[in-house]
Design a binder for this molecule. Sequence first.
Ligand code: AMP
Length: 388
Amino acid sequence: MTTQRLLVLNAGSSSIKFAVYERAPDPGALVTGQVENITAAARLIMRPADGKAETIALGQTDHVAALQEIMTHAVIPTGDGAIAGVGHRIAHGGLEFTEPTRIDETVVAKLKTLEPLAPLHQPHNLAAVAASHRVFPDAVQIACFDTAFHRGHPWVNDTFAIPRSYYDKGVRRYGFHGLSYDYVTDKLQSIAPDIATGRVIIAHLGNGASMCAVKDGRSIASTMGFSALDGLPMGTRCGQLDPGVLLYLLEHEGMSTAEITALLYKESGLKGISCLSNDMRELEASSDPAAKEAIDYFVFRIRREVGAMAAVLGGIDAIVFCGGIGENSATIRANVCEDMDWLGLQVDASANAKNALRINAGTVPILVIPTDEERVIARALVAALPSD
Ligand code: AMP
């Protein structure tokens, strides 16, 4: 009997990240990787779970061709099974989609109407859905949403203080990175069930960054709101910004909405402040004062949110770091927790330097949990597939 494979896709404007799984109750990835630089000199990077990473030059390509290359190089070599299901990471599920959802034409049409709410993610996510239907016409296709984890959050964290009619039209605080928070809260249940039912702050610190206040496994508050711009500063995104700045840019700098969009999504954050890079490793290695200021701003905003979330939760039982920076930067974790004894937070320098699972020296657990959004999607896919 052939083993069936599952494919998880996370598509951006010029890249498709993927993970291939065997169909199993809680599958581990056989291969992960990405096609980068689609539309120019694309390359396929593959990281087999049990082998050496490999890069293949592809030349100019598009989403359909990129998926065919993934099929040829990454899926077939892992075994002789066909793709039984494809799971898509979709940025925005709006008000309606709060669970993994089987994709059909009606669902795609509804998700398209949400494109203005996530202009830099949703159109590319949906381009991959269309390409995937062409390349894998017989596979079950599901959508998993970054907003879904937050949909049950309290009304006060769902609204803005603008006239109510906008709330009714869907101008709300949706929150993102939900698949990451889902993974971490699930992981807590197995490694620290006492913490999983408590008051936890999760800091997802990567190129995109946000924080979530979680109580008994449910989102209470998050730093991202209507769009993936709000909250913490990110690699190239601004984070929280006084709306008066937007008015100023429109009225006095004469900027168009397209220019402002590019400024806030692509030229701001760590890159904008440092004038150097969006990459935390480069900033940490730099002696440029502007690089240090960018890091200082990043840490300052995280610390503010720790305080705010502790207030919202009525105290904290644990803080969890994840994402590329959260999982790997001992410096950022130490700086975030510095002088936070008043919250019971104290870092054990030696455990922190090793990126250990538990890095606290004080009473409140400080955990480092590598996140795995793809795995959350793979699990949802397994649940969605019809039984043999
Ligand atoms: P992500 O978007 O989750 O892949 O995270 C990307 C970010 O993680 C980039 O800013 C990287 O510089 C950062 N990062 C990865 N490894 C390290 C490390 N060892 N130290 C500091 N930052 C890191």
